[in-house]
Write a protein that binds this ligand. Structure first.
Ligand code: 6V0
Length: 316
């Protein structure tokens, strides 16, 4: 049996998401070494010291703050540097600021990353920045994985679970498209125990019609904005999602996750958005050929057009 190399993860951006993600990786024993890089070196150093003190209670993980050259040898490099949403702001309003940050940081990461490293993008707007990370790194698109709508999908399954009183883990329900206002709930493929949600509700004598479905999706879509309104930022959900993506990569799992990747969608070329893809040591090469209904297919096209417009305007 081949011996596994100890896993090194680099995280660019030692803010709320970066530090919380290290904490999740640490407690899950997902890496042997984690390096934090930030323009604010004191913040990175402070977070690394604080986090290192959690290691003796969990796992011999080396957590430290470093420079871009320390991305060398990392299996996964998470890009989460940049401005975050303020209350009332949309993700796309962050585009220009964070695109310019990516223009600066991604070539520096790429210069030192190994040819097998996978970049994982979570800074917002995540689809636009996943595309930017491919452009500025020169990596093949499948080696740049955007966190995309995995978190929205988790929120969607949780919201459905809450309403149907079923553990979210037992519900298959995904959101695809933009991680943002143009995201699409794939109701046509949402199932409980292999039964379509509507069939399940009919059999179980539950009242869950069009209006309830609409409200369920609206709750899901508004969740991040509500959390930001209440506490200023979101962090735990995305950190858990990033942990899941890192695990799927380093364990070569072939787990299907709705992640963002540059490709062609609904006839729109060279754009990044989320559909379920196999996540493994190679990144996220294979997309699931989803059987969408007409409305969902139309929504995917609108999402792709919207994102293409933002990407084109930033590139011009
Ligand atoms: P934060 O706590 O302000 O941290 C951002 C960090 O980035 C700070 O430590 C900055 O110093 C650092 N930074 C800024 N510019 C640079 C640079 N040029 N080089 C290196 N480091 C830099 O923000 P937070 O951690 O809350 O959010 C980070 C990003 O993640 C934002 O774009 C959020 O919108 C995004 N999120 C994405 C989510 C998702 O679901 N994909 C969820 C939550 C946040």
């Amino acid at each position: 049996m081949a011996t596994q190399q100890p896993v090194k993860v680099a995280i660019i951006g030692a803010g709320y998401v970066g530090a919380t993600t290290v904490y999740a990786l640490l407690l899950s024993r997902a890496a042997a070494e984690i390096v934090l890089v930030d323009i604010d070196e004191d913040r990175a150093r402070g977070e690394a010291m604080d986090l290192a003190h959690a290691a003796p209670f969990s796992h011999q993980t080396r957590v430290w703050s470093g420079q871009y050259e320390d991305c060398a040898g990392a299996t996964v490099i998470i890009l989460t540097a940049g401005a975050n949403q303020k209350p009332g702001q949309t993700r796309t309003q962050l585009a220009e600021t964070n695109y310019n940050i990516f223009r600066e940081i991604v070539p520096r990461v790429a210069r030192h990353a190994s040819s097998e490293a996978v970049l994982v993008v979570s800074a917002n707007p995540v689809d636009v920045l996943t595309h930017a990370a491919v452009t500025f790194s020169g990596f093949p698109p499948h080696r740049v994985v955007g966190s995309g709508t995995s978190l929205d999908s988790a929120r969607f399954a949780s919201e459905l679970g809450r309403r149907l009183q079923i553990d979210a883990a037992s519900i298959h329900a995904i959101i695809i498209g933009e991680h943002g206002d143009a995201e699409i709930p794939v109701w046509s493929l949402a199932t409980v125990s292999g039964m379509h949600i509507r069939d399940y509700c009919r059999q179980a004598d539950l009242d869950f019609g069009d209006e309830a479905m609409e409200r369920c999706f609206e709750e899901t879509k508004q969740a991040a904005g509500r959390i930001i309104g209440l506490k200023g930022a979101t962090g735990y959900g995305i950190a858990a999602e990033l942990l899941r993506i890192v695990q799927a990569i380093v364990r070569n799992e072939n787990t299907l996750l709705p992640v963002s990747c540059v490709g062609s969608y609904a006839g729109v070329d060279d754009v990044a958005l989320s559909v379920p893809r196999k996540v493994n040591r190679d990144g996220c090469r294979d997309a699931v050929p989803l059987l969408l209904n007409e409305e969902e297919q139309k929504g995917l096209g609108e999402s792709a057009q919207k994102l293409k417009g933002i990407i084109d305007s930033l590139q011009s």
